[in-house]
Design a binder for this molecule. Sequence first.
Ligand code: DP6
Length: 332
Amino acid sequence: MQKITVKAGSDIALIKYWGKKDKILRLPANGSISMILDSLFSTTTVEFSLSLSADEVLIAGEVEEGESSRVVKHLDRIRSLAKSNGLIDKDIFAKVVSENNFPKSTGLSSSSSGFAALTIAASKAIGLNLSEKELSILARQGSGSACRCVCGGFVEWLDGETSSESYAQSFAGPNDFLIRDLVTIVSEDKKNLSSTQGHDLAETSPFFAARQQKISAKLDAVKKAIFSNDFITLGELVEAEALEFHSILLTSSPTILLFYPGTIEVMQLVRSLRSSGVPVYFTINTGFNVHVLTLPEYEDQVLMALKKLPSVQKIIASSVGLKPQYLEQHLF
Ligand code: DP6
């Protein structure tokens, strides 16, 4: 059996996936839109072998029980698909080695790129030949946001009522709108709440129902702003969405407060740059690190201002990324 390595970019949700209508299938409460990032990525090598008696999973050089069992469950999905396609008749185990070029468990979506790379590499390694839509449906079951990261550019995840209707597709390419994301790291602490745990609390917020009422108009407005390269409209929508998302977190039961002092400093800096005429906006996932979005011609100015903040530890500047790629060079 072939050894396969895939590199997949992480993404930043412009309209967030938050809450699930089916926890097992990971059907989201609402559709979402993201852009794939080219400077934050996961690389994953998978090889199935008859000589293994169990799956071996190494993520970022560590064997971590929770993450490994999620990966093994995903390999089970891929094995059962291979069985129903007549490719294997008994379980065959895999060695999986995965690395991220950015800190994991800090709210920078390592599970989105990780499960996208795993899905593409493992399905190919076992002999399946899946379409992008089939890969997206499969990746979604490992980690919801991963369904977007099998695509490139600007991506929409259609919420769907059934598993076969809930997948992502790209609606604009990486060069259609040149946005820069300055991923601003104020801490590499491991966050104490996983996204999966957070999703379960979404409906406990009294604001969750109100969010659902307006979400499809918001998705349309964001797509329209991307199609017309209207950065100001896009930025206003995206920043307001990030704050709405965090207001759901803050008002869940129990409440979820993820911001660090540095997070607030970056948010305030973005707003003060904006008031001096710089087109720059922020968005934040389930974490304390901030995605600062701007246009290429303002990047150096924003970067310089961010670097002056004592709380900023590191900045990874990213463009919009391509879809995942196969690599010749394997991790083992
Ligand atoms: C805030 O995809 O990590 O980043 O499906 O439970 O694995 P699971 O959740 P996950 O949730 C991501 C939530 C988010 C918003 C987003 O990426 O859309």
